[in-house]
Write a protein that binds this ligand. Structure first.
Ligand code: PAN
Ligand code: ZN
Length: 184
């Protein structure tokens, strides 16, 4: 009887580690983030091989209607005073949304619509973020440990990084009180 029970993939809440599934991983290093931080001179001073974030996702089939599940682990740190962040993107299929769940660490989810309007949501263990369609999204680690977040998004969504290659309208810098939000 028990032989019929399938052991599903698992995520370790504290570490974001995905197991018991076919996992594919992508690593983003400092060298991959050219033009992403405001201060290019400061960015050039870092070890280009330094890992800034990893994304591990379940290698699922991709028919229309299917969903991807992935965990982003964003390291803590700053460059030119600006907190480490993900590149950020619109979905290629603009109408497609996404859900993020905070797993561990502390940070912000920066959301920006096609009109350039932004909002920031606090990310922490247990936070739930409904990202609507037509909305670009970026994680920012404002804490001093790795920020881990689980994401679920449609396999058809695709990623458009080019639309915001010029930067988001908001940047977040370290300050005496924790962080400071600057509008471009
Ligand atoms: C996430 C992101 C992940 C890395 O899985 O892809 O946080 O961010 P970038 O893709 O902007 O480098 C997601 O939003 N998927 O759609
Ligand atoms: Zn996305």
């Amino acid at each position: 009887m028990n032989a019929d029970i399938i052991m599903p993939p698992q995520v370790a809440w504290a570490t974001g580690l995905l197991t018991h599934g076919p996992v594919i991983a992508k690593t983003t290093r400092m060298s991959d983030l050219r033009g992403v931080f405001a201060d290019t001179a400061a960015w050039q001073c870092h070890d280009p091989q330094q890992v800034i974030y990893t994304v591990e996702m379940l290698d699922t089939p991709t028919p229309e209607g299917a969903l991807f599940v992935g965990v982003t682990r964003l390291r803590a740190g700053t460059s030119g005073g600006e907190f480490y962040l993900t590149r950020g993107h619109f979905h290629q299929r603009r109408e497609q949304g996404e859900v993020y769940f905070g797993l561990s660490g502390n940070g912000l989810l920066l959301l920006q619509n096609e009109q350039g309007e932004t909002r920031l949501e606090a990310v922490f263990a247990g936070s739930v973020h409904i990202i609507p369609g037509e909305t670009a999204h970026r994680l920012i680690n404002t804490g001093d440990v790795t920020l881990c977040a689980l994401a679920v998004w449609p396999t058809v969504a695709g990623h458009d990084y080019a639309a915001l290659a010029g930067g988001f309208a908001v940047r977040v810098f370290a300050s005496e009180n924790g962080y400071e939000v600057c509008h471009a």
